[in-house]
Write a protein that binds this ligand. Sequence first.
Ligand SMILES: Nc1ncnc2c1ncn2[C@@H]1O[C@H](COP(=O)(O)OP(=O)(O)OP(=O)(O)O)[C@@H](O)[C@H]1O
Ligand SMILES: Cc1ncc(COP(=O)(O)O)c(N)n1
Length: 271
Amino acid sequence: MKVSKALTIAGSDSGGGAGIQADLKTFQEFGVYGMSVLTAVTAQNTTGVQGVFPVLLEGIEAQLQSIGSDLNPHAVKTGMLYSGEYIERTAYYMRKFGWNNVVVDPVMIAKGGATLLGKEATDAMKTYMLPIAKIITPNIPEAEALTGIKIDCEEARAEAAKVLFDGGADYVVIKGGHYDGSGEYVSDLLYNGVEMAELVEKRIDTKNTHGTGCTFSAAITAELAYGKTAESAIEHAKKFIQNAIAHRIDVGSGHGPVNHFVYRRIALEQY
Ligand SMILES: Nc1ncnc2c1ncn2[C@@H]1O[C@H](COP(=O)(O)OP(=O)(O)OP(=O)(O)O)[C@@H](O)[C@H]1O
Ligand SMILES: Cc1ncc(COP(=O)(O)O)c(N)n1
């Protein structure tokens, strides 16, 4: 049986809510064969990040070479890339193997405030990752860091989306989870170089939002692996993350994860 294959290049979250674990769980939920290149190990749980331990650069290159020489993913996503040097080498291998269905989630800071990407790496993200990104999915603080634009209104968000498009991404999604936390709705802005569109859903009042960004971008990647268009992949991923936040599971005492197996659970509940 032929299957669609997706690769995540990201950090490990020992707590299982974000990073590689969120990505692989999401790939599985979408029926896509998941593969991983680990960039860093984090000691992490629902209360925060207790430690960050990068994988040797040599180890990252070896993993990329192993995947590229044999497994040929249909789509690839990046998450926590740790440093400018790691970004540059990762981009090199992505180009070398001709991976062009690429979703870049420019992970910089964990929800609890821990730094997951060195400040010096912002330039590397712009130089090496933006030009190979089919879709880039920053949250508001990440879009601000990448563009230098303070996003405090819709015009500023649209301006930032244009700057990221001009930097080389084919599609820009600036996520609204961090935007106006008191609003009734949460909106993500999608820009394809021609028009701006808003993806709007009801804001769910919950503290279980750990890993929302990872899960959302992994769902987009899974859909791209199936051969879906970018627009349709983003739309479906938005519905998935909404369901995964809404059908909450309770794990840990802090900011819990989203429900990665929500579709399976809904299917089981229907019996
Ligand atoms: N409370 C919420 N209710 C509904 N949707 C939400 C909520 N919080 C986030 N989202 C959605 O989840 C997705 C991820 O957005 P968010 O802005 O939280 O990304 P992020 O900060 O990169 O996530 P993380 O860093 O936690 O992985 C977006 O589609 C966003 O609209
Ligand atoms: C390994 C890893 N990658 C990404 C995130 C971002 O997720 P969040 O902002 O929800 O903490 C994380 N916490 N850990």
